[in-house]
Design a protein around this ligand. Structure first.
Ligand SMILES: Nc1nc2c(ncn2[C@@H]2O[C@H](COP(=O)(O)OP(=O)(O)O)[C@@H](O)[C@H]2O)c(=O)[nH]1
Ligand SMILES: [Mg+2]
Length: 315
């Protein structure tokens, strides 16, 4: 299915990520000029034209039956590193995680390079090697006998919620997001939250944006809230074991009303129609030579996330 919606909607101003830590250090090199059909520099894995007008982004979802896990969250919440950590975990279990080459137009040399370099970026202990290079990707997960279990989409956070856009939370989603929303694949929306978001004053707007998207979710779609950077909270009891009651309360305090539309009223009261998963992608230590080294976090976190995704796919 070719998803290239017609132009005509208002353009979203897209800026580079404003990540506080690692990605800030690498912002000067994230315009990787690897050459496209027009040999123009690229930011976030997009051509200059696409960066100027995200409504120009063309994607193709060739497999319309396999569920898509969408990592949804603002810049620097940890989408790329979640993909990296989950991929490492799945590979250890003999799953194959591979980029879907047809996701972006074949003339897009940057995407082709990203696909080729994916194994190296996943295995790298240099955090920037992943965060700066994996920016807009569809991967698929196959089990040890070649069954495709799901697809995972990682995209620039600005297109979901852009803290630098004064129009938020009313800024339109770029058309490719709508195209994903409207595709026939079942979706597992993974909404990411973090404990010390640098734009804490915008938490309510981010909540509004999630609720806007929620209204377009189909009944078969599922919702997971990923509380990433759990290592920065006091709720970790032992590695992988988290006081979820307190963690949940913290999210509700930081992001007021976030769970409200994801609750269902029944005869015996209200119940959750979502999953909540704590996550810790890994530890990031400053290197003397510059940049950060990445050491993967406890296995319990990707294990819990993967089990949750699998149950939702089955359910
Ligand atoms: N403390 C901590 N920091 C994290 C964690 N995951 C990501 N980070 C930090 O957040 C930065 C942005 O992560 P990234 O995956 O690139 O975010 P993205 O913009 O959403 O793709 C990383 O460079 C890390 O510094 C985590 O589990 N714990
Ligand atoms: Mg990213």
């Amino acid at each position: 299915m070719e998803l290239n919606p017609q132009l005509g909607a208002e353009t979203n101003e897209v800026t580079k990520p404003t990540n506080q830590d690692v990605t800030e250090e690498i912002s000067s090199i994230d315009s990787t000029n690897v050459g496209t059909k027009s040999d123009e520099p690229q930011v976030l894995g997009l051509t200059q034209e696409e960066t100027r007008d995200p409504n120009e982004i063309t994607i193709t979802i060739a497999d319309q039956n396999t569920p898509i896990v969408v990592l949804f969250g603002p810049p620097s919440c940890g989408k790329t590193m979640t993909l990296v950590r989950l991929t490492r975990y799945l590979r250890d279990l003999n799953f194959t995680v591979e980029p879907v080459p047809t996701f972006r137009p074949s003339a897009d040399a940057h995407y082709a390079k990203m696909c080729r370099d994916f194994p190296g970026m996943i295995g790298s202990s240099d955090a920037a090697n992943s965060t700066k290079n994996i920016s807009f990707m569809l991967v698929r997960v196959l089990d040890s006998v070649g069954h495709v279990k799901c697809q995972i989409l990682e995209a620039p956070g600005e297109y979901y919620y852009n803290p630098d856009d004064p129009e938020e939370p009313m800024a339109d989603f770029p058309r490719y997001v709508n195209a994903i929303k409207n595709s026939s694949n079942r979706k597992i929306w993974c909404y990411m939250v973090e404990p010390r978001w640098q734009y804490a004053d915008q938490c309510r707007n981010y909540v509004t944006k999630i609720h806007t998207l929620k209204r377009t979710m189909r009944p078969s779609d599922k919702a997971v809230f990923i509380f990433n950077k759990i290592d920065l909270t006091p709720f970790v009891i032992t590695p992988g074991e988290v006081n979820m009651r307190s963690a949940r309360k913290e999210i509700e305090d930081l992001y007021p009303g976030i769970f409200t539309p994801f609750k269902v009223k029944g005869v015996f009261g209200t119940s959750d129609n979502f999953e909540l998963v704590p996550f810790h992608t890994g530890d990031y230590s400053k290197k003397i030579a510059g940049g950060y080294s990445f050491q993967e976090g406890p296995v319990e976190y990707p294990k819990k996330l993967w089990n949750t995704i699998q149950n939702l796919i089955k359910g």
